[in-house]
Design a binder for this molecule. Structure first.
Ligand code: MN
Ligand code: MN
Length: 303
């Protein structure tokens, strides 16, 4: 990685850090999920980036992948545990970061379990360390708080224009191949729960990405939407909100569902804790450097 590339990873990280801090301050009971997400996405743009993926705001036993829809009137409830997960891209260089905001003190310990797991996990990473060691560290910290890590969610490598670039970083002490190497970029993201420690896909879909741009047998309208997806988002995940100029919401949703059925798009259903457990998450993006890491998304301070 040359100096210019390194700087772009850092810029993508610092933009997301700022957006996350500002966004977390707006999370209160009665606030619309759509308003939080539109705010953080506009901060990312004001700071010179673009969203790397739609802002996720997942509440209580929703672990991930809820992004508000067009005209979404969902409101943050009282006493909730809220995960805000967002990222920025600068010329395809990406960041991915998340914070948990608790609206009831009874969830403070659950949030702290994921926060400390992230801190400990990041300290274990340097060139040559086994990827399995991170999962072991995360599991140990979360269990020391009396909770379970979510075993089918985890961190991931990032590459330019590639948010999930193949390598998976587990949140439990399972054996996985591979060691960290200099110049690699990873997102580390522990999830803790008082449930079973597993997520399942829910019915709702609010996030999509391009899967196969050359699928045959599309209608003219499907072709139009797919062209817009390719040119606006390339391979990165997107929200229906970012295509609302193309068709009325119901029609747009029909086209997106049909493009998914035909294999042109991939969808990311909402992920729910299987036993309805409450879920916390913290996430940072790191670049592996000699002797350790640089955290591109910095230390998130929420006051
Ligand atoms: Mn991630
Ligand atoms: Mn994330």
């Amino acid at each position: 990685m040359d100096e210019e590339q390194f700087k772009k990873w850092l810029t993508a990280g610092s933009i997301a850090k700022r957006a996350l801090e500002e966004g977390a301050k707006t999370i209160r009971p009665g606030v619309k999920v759509l308003d939080v997400c539109e705010k953080v996405e506009s901060i990312i743009v004001e700071l010179g980036g673009k969203p790397a993926f739609p802002c996720n705001l997942s509440i209580n036993s929703e672990a991930a992948h809820y992004s508000p829809k067009i005209g979404d009137d969902k409101v943050i409830p009282e006493g909730a545990i809220v995960k805000l997960d967002l990222g920025a891209q600068v010329d395809g260089y990406l960041s991915d970061t998340a914070v948990t905001v608790v609206l009831d003190d009874k969830y403070a310990k659950l949030a702290e379990a994921s926060r400390e797991a992230l801190e400990v996990a990041i300290k274990t990473v340097r060139p040559g360390v086994s990827i399995s060691d991170v999962g072991r560290a995360i599991e140990r910290v979360i269990k020391s708080y009396g909770y379970r890590p979510i075993r089918n969610l985890g961190g991931h490598m990032l590459r330019r224009y590639e948010l999930h670039a193949g390598v998976f970083v587990p949140n439990v002490g399972e054996r996985v191949p591979g060691r960290f190497a200099r110049d690699q970029v990873f997102a580390i993201e522990p999830f803790s729960t008082d449930g079973l420690g597993e997520v399942v896909e829910g019915k709702e879909v609010t996030i999509y990405s391009l899967r196969n741009p050359s699928v045959k047998g599309l209608t003219e309208e499907e072709k139009k939407v797919l062209e817009a997806v390719k040119s606006r988002f390339t391979t990165l995940p997107f929200s229906e909100r970012w295509l609302k100029d193309l068709a009325p919401p119901d029609e747009l949703r029909r086209v997106l569902a049909s493009l998914t059925r035909k294999g042109a798009l991939r969808d990311y259903p909402i992920l729910m804790e299987v036993k309805g457990g409450m879920v916390s998450q913290f996430e940072h993006t790191i670049v592996v450097v000699d002797g350790g890491v640089v955290i591109t998304t910095g230390d998130v301070v929420v006051k």
